[in-house]
Design a protein around this ligand. Structure first.
Ligand SMILES: Nc1ncnc2c1ncn2[C@@H]1O[C@H](COP(=O)(O)OP(=O)(O)OP(=O)(O)O)[C@@H](O)[C@H]1O
Ligand SMILES: [Mg+2]
Length: 229
């Protein structure tokens, strides 16, 4: 569903991604594990078209998106939950979710979204800025999901979030996969969360994928070694 081939990305003269290649299949969740500064956000921003690609190929459902601007990539089925969530603090929860429905005929939020995230239903009239960090993360995921993406990208969804809400997020991601045909790519530093949601795990280090494993074959000690400095 998502195919990334030989992706190179630079900030000015400084190359940050040095040839990233991976695929994520329909109904599959893939985790990209890596320490701070290893290139996770750079990868996601380039997949989303927020950062230009120096060379390489990105395709969604067989269609190349690498030359498309972000809004076109959204139309082709990529949704992005950025690191730090970036919800609209002065809009209500309901209005925040509706921003994801901008290009759809109905402004009605599907029941499915509120059943995945009951807390958002309870707080639908509250301002986004008054939610906890974990609730804001759920809101950001809900907003991405209403675009009905084929590929959902989540950049460090557990960052700064308490364990009980991390579990809720894992549960919601696993639930979404049962309800829809969706490919999820999540970047993470928390191995237990990745093991809860991902079928395959990659490790990114210095802008390169240096390790790949299925969940069943995961050598947790090895991945923890990559994640610790
Ligand atoms: N705007 C920028 N200009 C120049 N270099 C940048 C920029 N943003 C990131 N970098 C560099 O690119 C590399 C990868 O950074 P990136 O933000 O992708 O890491 P990350 O894995 O997302 O880290 P974190 O876990 O802290 O979010 C780092 O060396 C970083 O310093
Ligand atoms: Mg990052």
């Amino acid at each position: 569903m998502l195919e990334v081939k030989d992706l190179f990305v630079s900030y000015g003269q400084s190359e940050a991604l040095h040839g990233i290649s991976f695929e994520a299949n329909k109904n599959e969740t893939v985790a990209i594990m890596g320490r701070n500064g290893m290139g996770k956000t750079t990868l996601f921003k380039s997949l989303m078209g927020v950062l230009p690609t120096k060379s390489g190929e990105i395709s969604v459902a067989g269609s190349s998106v690498v030359k498309d601007e972000s809004y076109k990539r959204v139309a082709k089925g990529i949704a992005y939950v950025p690191q730090g969530r970036m919800i609209f603090p002065t809009l209500t929860v309901e209005e925040n979710i509706q921003t994801g429905l901008e290009n759809s005929k109905s402004k009605k939020i599907p029941d499915e979204i509120y059943s995945l995230f009951p807390v958002l239903f309870d707080m639908r009239a509250r301002k986004g800025g008054n939610l906890s960090g974990g609730q804001q993360q759920q809101l950001a995921i809900a907003r991405a999901l209403v675009t009905n993406p084929k590929v959902l990208l989540l950049d460090e969804p557990t960052e700064g979030i308490q364990p009980s809400i991390i579990k809720d997020i894992a549960k919601a991601l696993n639930e979404i996969r049962k309800l829809r045909e969706i490919t999820i790519v999540v970047s993470e530093q928390v191995l237990s969360f990745a093991m809860d949601v991902a079928d395959r795990l990659f490790v990114i280090e210095g802008g390169r994928l240096v390790h790949e494993t299925t969940r069943a074959d995961t050598d947790a000690e090895r991945i923890k070694a990559y994640l610790s400095v």
